[in-house]
Design a protein around this ligand. Structure first.
Ligand code: SF4
Length: 473
């Protein structure tokens, strides 16, 4: 419930100039759940780039006036950001725009490189100067450096992929082409579609394709590069088959929108399945099953269907809490959770309640939610979690924390139940994860410690800022 999503990327390619900024705006709205810190759109108007980026939600950053000030064009790249590397400041807003020897490039990135610090250090030692503290600039630098000798932008991307390690779904634009690429493990989702009037659209999730009226063509394959130009779509797969696929399983459990389909699997269906498994592995006698909004709702439905225990609406989320919400100070004796969530007394009073949520990180929030339900009159509260316990941090673009902050690293499951005030607690077994998405390769490193790549040496979110201040001393 308190894990932040990573980022959403979006791209448009049309044969004739049209309102690509407007299409991107709607696409970003559909991807807002993936990042709420900042957003931006870069339009390509016959090789001339125009952009607008800022801190804030899509609706805050793009007024009607700003949107209409962006020109028509044949291409656009757009981004919604939650920064997992680099601080929240305007410099780190994406898409990143660079001018280089062969022209211009705008780049939007979702994921985290696991060798970003090493790559950046090497580049700095050879004279590179960086303007941001996000690893996206490292990717841009390597691509533009390769472009000096590569015959095309896609060849430069291909060469860059030989040195990039970790998670990246990229959408980038040169004056002539829109290019997208997914890392060889396929950690983060990326798909493309086409509208009835022939406009190609690339997005982190299929929900954004649908939002702009495009039909999904397919997911970009791990290691694949797709090039969209006036000549059509060309696929390059020289990186395919080299790595075992490791799509982030937490995309299904929490990050993605339930109406998205990733690599052929419905996010909603995978969550319902998780709920069914939870009942089979951790059954309980109860009167009502409720989900923690929003990502616990689908799994709660699955738990209810499998158990026959009625599904109810027990918690309501305040939908109007945004990035600028100020948590009450300690002295205020107010609970921020109560502003964000409210219990529906009618649903829970006098009842044995099963509360289904996607995860427990530190346990503080879950403890307060259990208390909310008890205060509303719940007789018993049984917590079921549609993921296994977090035992390891994530290095691939989410902010699953260091082990010292993960409650499951310090306490047994009965102890956690006691700490959060639940009558019982059950997690999805780690061996059940594969049942959520069928016979597909996936990453589960935050549950198992089985990392597909080398673990980065410096994992702080602000590692580049820290390194700068250390150098200045
Ligand atoms: Fe996803 Fe966890 Fe792997 Fe990170 S470590 S990519 S959150 S499954």
């Amino acid at each position: 419930m308190s894990i932040h999503e990573e980022c959403g990327v979006f791209g448009v390619m049309a044969a004739e100039p049209c309102d690509v900024a407007g299409i991107s705006y709607y696409g970003l709205y559909a991807l807002q759940h993936r990042g709420q810190e900042s957003c931006g759109i870069v339009v390509n108007d016959d090789g001339v780039f125009a952009s607008h980026k800022d801190l804030g939600l899509v609706g805050e950053v793009f007024s009607a006036e700003i949107l209409s000030s962006l020109p028509k064009g044949t291409m656009a790249v757009a981004h919604a950001r939650y920064g997992t590397t680099g601080g929240t400041n305007r410099n780190n807003c994406q898409p990143l725009e660079v001018n280089h020897q062969k022209g211009r490039m705008a780049l939007a990135h979702n994921g985290n490189l696991s060798n970003a610090a090493e790559l950046r250090n090497e580049l700095e030692l050879s004279g590179a100067i960086f303007h941001t503290t996000s690893d996206t600039e490292t990717i841009a630098y390597i691509i533009t450096k390769e472009r000096l000798t590569a015959p095309s932008i896609e060849e430069a991307v291909s060469r860059a992929m030989n040195v990039l390690d970790g998670a990246y779904s990229l959408v980038l634009m040169s004056p002539q082409k829109l290019v997208c690429a997914r890392d060889p493990y396929g950690f983060r989702p990326l798909c493309y579609g086409k509208t009835a009037n022939g406009i190609y659209v690339v997005a982190s999730e299929s929900c954004a394709l649908k939002a702009v009226g495009a039909e999904v063509v397919r997911d970009v394959e791990p290691g694949e590069i797709l090039v969209f130009s006036k000549e059509g779509v060309v696929s390059r797969k020289e990186h395919c088959g080299r790595r075992e696929k490791r799509l982030c399983i937490f995309e299904y459990i929490y990050f993605a929108r339930p109406d998205s389909v990733i690599d052929g699997v419905s996010v909603h269906a995978s969550r319902v399945k998780a709920g069914e498994i939870l009942f089979k592995t951790h059954p309980v006698r109860a009167d009502v099953v409720i989900g923690a909004p929003d990502s616990g709702l689908d799994a709660a439905l699955g738990f209810s269907q499998e158990s026959g225990i009625p599904y109810g609406i027990g918690l309501i989320k305040n939908k109007y809490i945004g990035r600028t919400f100020i948590a009450p100070g300690q002295g205020a004796r107010l609970d921020g959770v109560k502003i964000k969530l409210a219990a529906v007394e009618e649903s829970v009073r006098g009842k044995r309640v099963v509360l289904v949520d996607d995860s427990i990180v530190r346990g503080n929030t879950m403890g307060r939610v259990v208390k909310l339900l008890r205060d509303a009159g719940a007789k018993e509260v049984h917590v079921r979690i549609s993921s296994p316990p977090f035992l390891y941090p994530c290095y691939y673009g989410t902010d699953i924390d260091s082990q010292e902050h993960l409650i499951a690293c310090k306490h047994s499951i009965p102890e956690i139940a006691r700490i959060i005030g639940a009558d019982s607690l059950g997690y999805l077994p780690v061996e059940s994860l594969s049942a959520l998405i069928g016979n597909r390769g996936f990453c589960r490193a935050c549950f198992s410690g089985d990392y597909p790549t080398k673990i980065p040496s410096d994992t702080r979110k602000d590692r580049f800022e820290q390194r700068l201040s250390e150098k200045e001393k």
